[in-house]
Design a binder for this molecule. Structure first.
Ligand code: HEC
Length: 223
């Protein structure tokens, strides 16, 4: 009788510890990731200072960045609905060019795409920045050195529909490309592409030059 009693007690104890263990296993990743996020922020904030173009403020994430970082750190994917909400919020921030003119000069666009300077502690505050597009994309066929984090943009206009100065600005490809350059999260909630217009990395005029680089039929991207 006694041994049956002890057997069932130890069975329940074993069951209880198993439940406890599985609870720990299921709670731990989120708990640890949140802590890790906080510790990382503390270390970064503690060791950063304002220096020329770099401001400590850059460490403050907006809601969509924070959610994407947490999702990447925990491996817990955002729901499709949440992604759509983030994209809609970002799309709302896109500012159309004040003069209604979406294009500039593709040669200046190419120079910007090549230029990776800007926003480091050795750059003067307020200095204009490069676009560093080649760090992540192929663009013209002549440039052989490029990163592959983003898709190739070679023939971008040719495959989507080229457009130039006289084009109807309401064309979807013009609206999409402008919005993508202004705020890349408008179409991909957790995009790794810098949000050029939204964060003031590039100004309206510079984005116009990049629009020409991508869409002008004469641009090396489309030849
Ligand atoms: C840090 C990497 C990175 C940099 C720098 C970057 N991009 Fe991107 N870009 C991406 C990634 C990744 C994608 C694809 C995922 C997405 O849409 O966000 C993308 C997508 C795009 C698209 C949409 C492509 C399509 O098929 O619809 C365009 C257009 C684009 N980038 C243009 C540019 C231009 C112009 C620059 C420079 C001003 C630039 N990107 C700089 C990473 C980058």
């Amino acid at each position: 009788m006694r041994s049956v009693f002890f057997k069932s007690i130890s069975f329940f104890l074993a069951l209880f510890s198993l439940c406890l263990l599985s609870a720990c296993v299921s709670v731990q990743p989120e708990f640890a990731a949140k802590d890790l996020e906080r510790w990382t922020q503390d270390v970064l904030k503690g060791s950063f200072r304002d220096e020329k173009a770099v401001k400590v403020k850059i460490l403050e994430q907006d809601a969509s960045n924070a959610e994407c970082s947490t999702s990447q750190a925990t491996g817990l994917a955002l729901s499709d609905q949440r992604k759509q909400e983030i994209e809609a919020q970002n799309l709302k921030t896109v500012q159309a060019p004040k003069d209604g003119q979406y294009f500039g000069d593709y040669k200046l666009g190419e120079a910007l795409a090549q230029d990776g300077r800007g926003l480091t502690w050795s750059d003067a505050a307020g200095q204009s920045n490069g676009g560093q597009c080649y760090n992540c994309h192929q663009l013209s066929a002549q440039e052989l050195s490029y990163g592959t984090l983003g898709p190739s943009l070679y023939q971008y206009g040719k495959t989507r529909g080229v457009a130039d100065l006289g084009s109807d600005a309401s064309k979807p490809v013009i609206q999409y490309t402008w919005a993508k350059l202004w705020n890349a999260k408008s179409f991909n909630a957790c995009s790794a592409m810098p949000r050029y217009g939204h964060h003031g990395i590039l100004n309206e005029g510079q984005i116009k030059h990049l629009m020409s680089l991508l869409l002008d039929p004469q641009s090396p991207v489309n030849r």
